[in-house]
Design a protein around this ligand. Structure first.
Ligand SMILES: Nc1ncnc2c1ncn2[C@@H]1O[C@H](COP(=O)(O)OP(=O)(O)OP(=O)(O)O)[C@@H](O)[C@H]1O
Ligand SMILES: [Mg+2]
Length: 262
């Protein structure tokens, strides 16, 4: 008989391929994320990382290949249906509203995830008030988890770059992901801020989320937090392994240096 869908990998993609007209942006990529893992997806600009995210989360239908989340084939599912299953992604663009406070941004994330509005529709009165209270409690717990308690009531416009990046993750957490996929979550951070950010991400696994899949150009961060790394180059898998093996892989160095020298 078939094994329990919860026993295997959380996310599994096979033969992921995306063609735009004559351009093959992603070719035959295989990717798995197991429960409890932080997986990095790296590669030079234009390697196909965001295109992979778009295929994994239903924003693009792959030209070829399949995506399974907790054993369910989600290849042709719509993005909102995939999000409801617990596969949540961030975008390269910010999801923070600058005029709202830190707390309000995270609370808004709960409503965006569509949980409270549905409840409010079907259960008026006391149940709605309880749902509202639970949303507020959950939002403040997330703010605390991300280390932003001191900034709870500060407008997002006053945050430092490091705090803003933490808030972006907090807003994504409000959707209650099982697997959270982050696309360049540490963009623009200095070394100290990236260190704080990385340590905070590590605390999320096994508590706020089961696993993380991260696209990131900051190598120090990637090497510091990831259990396993997949390297893309020109849309294809170049290497996969533990951070140390990836760091010492000459093909990986060449892909990055080749790009820099171009
Ligand atoms: N909608 C699209 N139509 C046509 N080409 C696209 C589309 N989306 C992406 N591409 C192309 O696919 C390739 C991969 O792009 P993608 O954005 O996935 O790269 P990336 O690895 O995320 O790069 P970066 O690190 O710069 O964010 C690029 O050549 C890009 O121009
Ligand atoms: Mg990208």
């Amino acid at each position: 008989m078939t094994a329990s869908p919860l026993a295997g990998p959380l996310l599994r993609a096979e033969n992921l391929t995306m063609r735009f007209g004559g351009i093959t942006a992603v070719k035959q990529v295989a990717l798995t994320v197991n429960p409890g893992e932080i997986v990095g997806l790296i590669g030079p600009n234009g390697a196909g990382k965001t295109t992979c995210f778009n295929m994994l989360t239903g924003f693009y239908t792959p030209t070829e290949g399949r995506v399974f989340f907790r054993g369910t084939d989600i290849t042709s599912h719509k993005p909102h249906a995939i999000a409801r299953l617990g596969l949540i992604r961030s975008f390269q663009k910010t999801n923070v509203m600058k005029r709202l406070t830190v707390f309000e941004n995270v609370l808004t994330g709960h409503y965006m995830a569509g949980r409270q509005s549905l409840l409010a529709t079907f259960f008026p009165g006391a149940t709605v008030r309880r749902a509202e209270r639970e949303a507020r409690e959950s939002a403040s717990a997330i703010v605390e988890t991300m280390g932003l308690s001191r900034r709870m009531n500060a407008p997002a416009s006053l945050l430092s770059c490091g705090e803003l990046r933490l808030l972006e993750v907090a807003v994504a957490l409000a959707a209650k992901p099982t697997l959270l996929m982050l696309d360049e979550p540490a963009a623009g951070l200095n070394s100290h801020e990236a260190g704080v950010f990385g340590e905070t991400l590590k605390t999320l696994v096994g508590t706020a989320v089961q696993s993380l899949l991260i696209v990131e150009h900051n190598m120090e961060l990637v090497m510091g937090v990831c259990d396993r790394i997949v390297v893309l180059n020109f849309g294809q898998m170049l290497a996969e392994g533990e951070p140390r093996a990836i760091l010492s892989n000459p093909k990986v160095a060449e892909a990055y240096l080749g790009k820099a020298a171009a």
